[in-house]
Design a binder for this molecule. Structure first.
Ligand SMILES: *Cc1c(COP(=O)(O)O)cnc(C)c1O
Length: 418
């Protein structure tokens, strides 16, 4: 599953002791395993190999430039949702031909920037967006290729905040609306619909909702072709679930075996947009215990990472395993809440955990935070965001400097002088 292993009572990332990284780079610290990232990418690439898909890694899961470059070197494209993510793609020189652009709120400058870069396709989520893309492309003398994002109204059976394919969600277009837009687009000279896009949610652990979605979209594609439209691309989105604790998600292979027989007859180039599946298990957050408060019912380990560094427990009730970085002879297990320093009751990393009796300065690792961890970090409570380190074998490389307090204040401090 990943390359974080205990050896003689000490946690290692590949060939490097995590405690040594904490000493060298400080805490809180995100640590990623290159091997885990690559092996997860390869799992998907191989499982779908016979269809030769374009795998567009979803940048929002973890947008660190070094990680993007690593994946691009493996042949991945990118799924972006903003001009900032486009700039990340261009900074690592991924060919624009491998970038697809989703999101419900694309602005005019964002559309213009993506057309300028030469991306092959926008994933369009509403009629006004289609009209604006047509307008911007006209002004620039270009034709924008688009896929319409369908909301197939299937239940992905995941956390309500990360389901995106129900009719009550803001994402995508209903099937009748998509038919309507294909017809309208005949009159729009600067938009060319070339595909169908769908993304039904995140952390999906079974193929069933995908199968339902593909069946519905297969009917739509057949109907569109009967009406003379050319459908070249089928984009199945992302959402593949991973193991955080006791989940039993389908493997990439089992998933591929379940959906390939339905995708093949569509006779389209397949696009996939995995995010969490590639980077989720590949990262840990290393944090140091600051204080231990012993209560009647349980202990509180107050650590130096908070909800600003990792918001998933607070935001989604997400469960992340928390393990001591160095084994201890303290064998008695103590019921412990691992909490951050932030002034919010919702600031916790894990509750009711059975951990060895902790002491100040102990190191803990919060597991499987490679996706939507650092990407969602903020400066709340005026806390500089953590550093990030990428480990490959016995080598560890800093891939994002720890923010400094002065750097954090700079955009405001400069204005005090005016
Ligand atoms: C977030 C997102 C993804 C990636 O989702 P994961 O669950 O991380 O795989 C893919 N496509 C779109 C359009 C997204 O918004």
């Amino acid at each position: 599953m990943d390359d974080f292993v205990m050896r003689q009572g000490a946690l290692y990332c590949e060939g490097v002791a995590v405690a040594a990284l904490a000493k060298r780079f400080g805490t809180p610290l995100y640590v990623y395993s290159q091997q885990t990232i690559l092996s997860h990418y390869q799992k998907i690439a191989q499982a779908f190999g016979e269809l030769n898909p374009l795998i567009c890694y979803s940048v929002k899961a973890n947008s660190n430039l070094s990680i993007l470059r690593l994946l691009a070197q493996e042949g991945a494209g990118l799924d972006i949702v903003s001009q900032g993510e486009l700039a990340r793609g261009l900074a690592i020189k991924v060919p624009a031909q491998r970038i697809v652009y989703a999101g419900v709120g694309k602005t005019e400058p964002e559309i213009a920037a993506a057309l300028q870069a030469g991306i092959p396709m926008f994933n369009v989520e509403s009629e006004p967006e289609a009209r604006l893309i047509n307008h911007v492309a006209q002004r620039r003398g270009q034709v924008a290729r688009v896929a319409f994002r369908v909301n197939p109204d299937v239940d992905a059976r995941t956390h309500r905040h990360i389901t995106t394919g129900r009719k009550e969600n803001k994402f995508g277009l209903s099937i009748p609306l998509v038919m309507d837009l294909f017809r309208k687009a005949r009159r729009w000279q600067h938009i060319k619909p070339v595909g169908i896009h769908v993304h039904i949610g995140s952390q999906i652990t079974s193929a069933t909702p995908y199968i339902q979605a593909i069946q519905r979209l297969g009917q739509l594609i057949a109907e569109l072709r009967r009406q003379g439209f050319v459908i070249e691309y089928f984009n199945l989105g992302g959402g593949l679930g991973i193991i955080y604790n006791e989940e039993r998600p389908q493997t990439a292979n089992a998933f591929a075996q379940a959906v390939i027989p339905l995708i093949k007859p569509l006779d389209c180039r397949l696009i996939l947009e995995p995010g969490r599946f590639i980077v989720g298990n590949a990262g840990i957050l290393v944090t140091r215990v600051q204080y231990v408060k012993r209560g009647h019912l349980k202990s509180f380990a107050i650590v130096d990472a908070g909800m600003n560094d990792l918001i998933r427990p607070s935001l989604y009730d997400a469960f992340h395993q928390i393990v001591p970085v160095n084994g201890t002879r303290r064998t008695r297990s103590v019921l412990t809440d691992v909490v951050g320093p932030i002034c919010e009751s919702g600031d916790f990393l894990g509750k009711n955990r059975h951990l060895p009796a902790l002491q100040s300065r102990d190191l803990l690792a919060v597991r499987s935070v490679g996706a939507y961890g650092m990407a969602m970090a903020s400066n709340y409570n005026s806390r500089p965001r953590p550093a990030e380190v990428l480990v490959a074998g016995k080598r560890a490389k800093l891939i994002r400097q720890r923010e400094t307090v002065s750097g954090m204040l700079a955009p405001e401090a400069a204005l005090l002088k005016e």
